[in-house]
Design a protein around this ligand. Structure first.
Ligand code: HEM
Length: 537
């Protein structure tokens, strides 16, 4: 068996081969009954009215009428591929997760890349964050690493996510603009939410214009935990590094591509895989001891912060190769359901308030988008057997047998107080908890600008120029002078004066930092955001 067919053999969706409408075989309806004519409705005479009796016509049309499911509320446009993850070393010092149990161990994966803001039919190349979601079909169940191509996020607390997305998506009165950012509401929100500062720098850089999906980094963003068999936990950040390197389009090129070939990225990945030029990434972790989590001068629970690789190097632990295109876009790429809460023993969460909110949101949205039995679909079901007392609901596929669907039970061979334990079950890391029930943000999350500045300072001159041009383009498309002025004088000046001056020149608004004679109001909003609020909602 050659390398390609060997890796395909290990691919999850070998069980998803298309069966329907095979050429040369007679068509049937959905009940298996042969069809005499698929092209003419049943009529009262060749020129007469169509008959309600035509059960085959009604089946064909009603099925068509129901073809669409709701698109994802975010990340609606995506492209996916199957592949294999190979672990480099035995990582049992760090984690008991079986996929990291021995050098060379292979685990099938399905990956979906996406834009965030555009609708399902939008273009591939606008300025936007890219989703980078990986489903590992491990022998202990599913692990989803639902990340992005940028290592931080806009906001610190999930309760702000609906606001962020409402600001980013087209305006609700006229559904304009379809483009991700360039509009008033996004900049209005961002300028009033200074925790977005560092992410704005990434999004206004060329990182938000990837040349190819195979040329993007990927990040788990949040600090996660790896827990070993002795219950010892380490804090980790996950990284994907593309073998082809990180490359971007330039702004004019991205706009041209969006117009000439809206499928630019998905076509590129599909064709590369078809010709055997498989996209590949190295997987790595930054590992930090639990007791060191506040030693860096920022909080590792704050998702708007990176850990610079100079401070904690990335340890390579495996590689991922995408080697097979989906057979069917809808069945696989559209119906796949990623969830940060899908973890296996040895991987665990931290109290990052963005991560904690995501743990609720994904299951909730998938119950609506795909339905309560979404986990039974071939693309979503684990390789290992699922055994529990969950039953029924719309579109149930599994036929559960017997009278017992509860615990404890003594019928059907059950023993009343004995529930067999999984050999290696998921047990939450027993983190010590204390504190008062409060609705507030930790003071350790209060620094919004130092990593935005770090990012700016790390850029080459031409990269700085691209950022200044990008922000200026955006603000010149923004119709509110109040919003433009606030971005300049409450965000950009706090990042770097060269950045503020550069943008000021292009948008024709003077730099007047808060606290100066022309702008005497100190940043009240920043203070309010950081202050402790004990008010009830
Ligand atoms: C979808 C990443 C924050 C809610 C997605 C997808 C990715 C992603 C990659 C697309 C998954 C796919 O391809 O099917 C992230 C990252 C975040 C983040 C990296 C921050 C670090 C949030 C937050 C919420 C949220 C804070 C809500 C509280 C959703 C929802 C979907 C989604 C509802 C649609 C899922 C579906 O329909 O299957 N996210 N997201 N995300 N995200 Fe997030």
């Amino acid at each position: 068996m050659d390398e390609r067919s060997k890796s395909q053999e290990t691919c999850k969706s070998k069980d998803m081969k298309p069966e329907a409408a095979e050429p040369g075989k007679a068509m049937t309806g959905n009940q298996g009954v042969g069809i005499s004519d698929d092209q003419n409705t049943l009529k009262a005479g060749p020129r007469g009215p169509s008959l309600l009796e035509d059960f085959y016509f009604r089946e064909k049309i009603t099925h068509f009428d129901h073809e669409r499911i709701p698109e994802r509320v975010v990340h609606a446009r995506g492209a996916g591929a199957h592949g294999v993850f190979t672990c480099y070393d035995d990582l049992s010092d760090l984690t008991c997760a079986s996929l990291f149990g021995e050098a060379g161990k292979e685990t099938p994966v399905f990956v979906r890349f996406s834009t965030v803001a555009g609708s399902r039919g939008s273009a591939d190349t606008p300025r936007d964050v890219r989703g980078f979601a990986v489903k590992f079909y491990t022998d202990e169940g599913i692990w989803d690493l639902v990340g992005n191509n940028i290592p931080i996020f806009f906001i610190q607390d999930a309760i702000k996510f609906p606001d962020l997305i409402h600001a980013v998506k087209p305006e609700p009165n006229n559904e304009i603009p379809q483009a991700a950012s360039a509009h008033d509401t996004f900049w209005d929100f961002a300028s009033l939410t200074p925790e977005t500062a560092a992410m704005l720098m990434w999004v206004m850089s060329d990182r938000a214009l990837p040349r190819s999906l195979a040329m993007m980094e990927g990040f788990g963003i949040h600090t996660f935990r790896m827990v070993n068999a002795d219950g010892k936990s380490h804090l980790v950040k996950f990284h994907w590094k593309p073998k082809k390197g990180v490359h971007s389009q330039v702004w004019d090129e991205a706009q041209l591509t969006a117009g000439k070939d809206p499928d630019f990225h998905r076509r590129d990945m599909f064709e590369a895989i078809e010709r055997g030029d498989y996209p590949e990434w190295e997987f790595g972790v930054q590992v930090v001891d639990e007791e060191d989590q506040l030693k860096f001068g920022y909080d590792l629970l704050d998702p708007t912060k990176i850990i610079p690789e100079e401070d904690v190097p990335v340890r390579p632990i495996g590689k991922m190769v995408l080697n097979r295109n989906p057979d069917n876009y809808f069945a696989e790429t559209e119906q796949v359901a990623f969830h940060v809460g899908h973890v296996v023993p040895g991987i665990d969460f931290t109290n990052d308030p963005l991560l904690q909110g995501r743990l609720f949101s994904y299951l909730d949205t998938q119950l609506k988008r795909i339905g309560p039995n979404f986990a039974e679909l071939p693309i979503n079901r684990p390789l290992n057997e699922v055994r529990n007392n969950e039953r029924d609901a719309q579109m149930r596929i599994q036929i559960n047998k017997g009278r017992v669907s509860y615990f404890p039970n003594s019928l059907d061979g059950g023993c009343p107080m004995h529930q067999p334990e999984a050999v290696q079950a998921f047990r939450s890391y027993a983190e010590k908890m204390e504190g008062e029930k409060v609705r507030e943000r930790s003071d350790s999350f209060a620094d919004y600008f130092s990593q935005a500045r770090l990012f700016w300072n790390s850029m080459a001159d031409w990269e700085k120029e691209h950022i200044v041009n990008a922000i200026s383009f955006e603000l010149n498309n923004c119709t509110s002078d109040m919003v433009r002025g606030r971005v300049l004088n409450e965000l950009l000046v706090n990042i770097h004066e060269d950045l503020a001056e550069g943008v000021s020149e292009q948008i024709g608004i003077a730099v007047t930092p808060a606290g100066s004679a022309d702008n005497p109001t100190p940043s009240a909003r920043h203070r309010r955001d950081r202050s402790r609020s004990t008010t009830r909602p």
